[in-house]
Design a protein around this ligand. Structure first.
Ligand code: KIV
Ligand code: ZN
Length: 521
């Protein structure tokens, strides 16, 4: 039996990147786009070209490089946005313009358009997009809170104007699965011309129902799911790609739909997104969480040894998890490291491998056994360090213990020059951050400081995430080390470096977070 195809539309680089602090740099965006192209994503939404020069360049470069995927850019319902978007995607083998406007009463009030004026705007802008690109997607933002009659009216207009994909966003994650199914089924039945277009579902996860809502919409006739890796996205995030793909695969008996996704590439891309976004995947996250395939209890372990199917509905290798946790040590060579990383789905260029190898040897000197998770943390820490950084750590000594004050003596290299200082604080980490602040005064505010042990044992590496905010711009820094205070210092410096890049790159009004969705005119 041939199965219905469901298109996977990945918006990690657009909706995912809108999540505060998840900013990715140009090279990271290109790398992630290539991984998606490779894993079988049908449509990649690569950014919002009018939002900034950086977004425009990323969309244009992704468009030029894509081999298999349709490359899409986002544009509000105005000619300037659409022109810029068309310019960015024009070199793609398969370009798409995705234009949208908020259609619910709350959203209509913002640009102050009445229903008729908005309908006219939709016809004009979709027609304009269609004149520039054969493949146009249109979205009524906040569709699930738009009056049904009006929603039908504007969708019909967009189809008449030439949109070939109609996306139904549940922008605020308000819908429940039954409503999601009913809405899609009804729209397809009621709207003239609906049979000639693809209906897409775009769900946010505010009530934890994004995956269920997307699958319900597919059951009712939607044939495109909009999603992000790890469910990254504003607030509680978007539908997680790995969840909908694996749900349709594992429960194909009741959801007989196929995708083009090579599920064995899921883990590698999930880890990469985790690293570059700085958003750690929760341990018990479905499919990609560290514990998703771990069986701790005696009963489970016993059952697993006798027959894996007792407690496992999918195999770890189906999502690209290598079965073994082969331990590496200080005698392991470069080739063993390369092959181990490849098992983990991590391919590195020769120069990156060299850097990681140096870090690995260093770690193996301090730690008897180096586990998979240690290697992943090493690769992440290496990726976080950038040669072009303004600030780097030269050395750090701390005095801590029950008798205060705790003290940090720090040397930083700032724009090529070494600076040293000693500072005190409430604990060694506080003293260290105070020392950084004295050597490099700034106005950024620490929003999050988080430490995790990578493996078990007192010699475990600590991974540290630091999120900082300055003038509405947010950057996340990460690092790993067997010394928690060193990892903290590096993560803090990493976040500062990232903020500096954002400071340099975005002039006022150009940042994606400051492009207002209301400015449709
Ligand atoms: O959630 C939403 O409504 C969106 C639109 C821009 C499609 O992301
Ligand atoms: Zn969205």
């Amino acid at each position: 039996m041939t199965q219905d195809r469901v298109l996977i539309f990945d918006t990690t680089l657009r909706d995912g990147e809108q999540s505060p602090g998840a900013t990715m740099n140009h090279a990271e965006k290109l790398e992630l786009a290539e991984m998606r192209d490779d894993m079988g994503v049908d449509i990649i939404e690569a950014g919002f070209p009018i939002a900034s020069e950086g977004d425009f360049n990323a969309v244009r470069e992704v468009a030029k490089r894509s081999k298999n995927s349709v490359i899409c850019g986002l544009a509000r319902a105005n000619m300037k946005d659409i022109d810029r978007c068309a310019e960015a995607v024009q070199h793609a083998a398969q370009p798409r313009i995705h234009t949208f406007i908020g259609t619910s009463p709350l959203h209509r009030a913002i640009p102050n358009l009445n229903k008729n004026e908005m309908a006219d705007r939709i016809y004009e802008t979709v027609t304009h997009a269609r004149n520039l690109c054969d493949n146009v997607q249109w979205s009524p933002m906040d569709a699930t809170r738009t009056e049904y009659e009006y929603l039908c009216r504007v969708i019909e207009i967009a189809i008449k104007a030439g949109a070939s994909t109609i996306n139904i966003p549940d922008t605020v994650g308000y819908t429940a699965p039954r409503e999601s199914a009913e809405l899609i089924a009804k729209l397809i039945k009621d709207i003239p011309g609906a049979a000639d277009v693809i209906f897409a579902t775009h769900c946010h996860n505010d009530l934890g129902m994004a995956t269920a809502n997307s699958l319900a919409a597919v059951g009712a006739g939607a044939r495109q799911i909009e999603c992000t890796i790890n469910g990254l996205g504003e607030r509680a995030g978007n539908t997680a790609l790995e969840e909908v793909v694996m749900a349709m695969k594992v429960r194909n008996d009741i959801m007989p739909y196929e995708t083009r996704i090579d599920s064995t590439k899921i883990m590698a891309i999930s880890r990469r997104v985790e690293t570059v976004s700085g958003f750690a995947v929760q341990f018990n996250k479905a499919i990609v969480g560290k514990n998703a395939f771990a069986h701790e209890s005696g009963i489970h372990q016993d059952g697993m040894l006798k027959n894996a199917e007792t407690f496992e509905i999918m195999r770890p290798e189906d999502v690209g998890l290598s079965e073994t946790n082969l331990v590496m040590g200080k005698h392991s060579g470069r080739a063993a490291l390369r092959s181990k990383l490849a098992d983990l789905g991590i391919e590195l260029a020769d120069n990156q491998l060299n850097d990681v190898f140096v870090r690995f040897k260093n770690l193996a000197d301090r730690k008897k056994e180096v586990f998979d998770d240690d290697l992943i943390a090493l690769v992440r820490a290496d990726a976080a360090d950038d040669q072009s950084d303004h600030i780097s750590l030269k050395s750090l000594q701390v005095v801590c213990g029950t008798e205060g004050p705790q003290e940090a003596t720090l040397k930083l290299i700032i724009d090529g020059e070494t600076h040293a200082i000693t500072a005190t604080g409430d604990g060694p980490v506080d003293a260290t951050f105070n020392a950084v602040n004295k050597l490099f005064p700034h106005t950024a505010r620490l929003q999050l400081y988080q430490v995790n042990a990578v493996t078990e044992g007192t010699d475990a590496q600590a991974t540290v995430s630091v999120r900082m905010e300055e003038d509405g711009k947010i950057a996340t820094g990460q690092s790993a080390d067997t010394d928690t205070v060193v990892a903290s210092a590096k993560a803090y410096i990493n976040a500062l470096n990232r903020l500096l890049v954002r400071r340099e790159k975005s002039s006022p009004g150009e940042d994606i977070k400051s492009v207002s969705y209301k400015d449709a005119g």
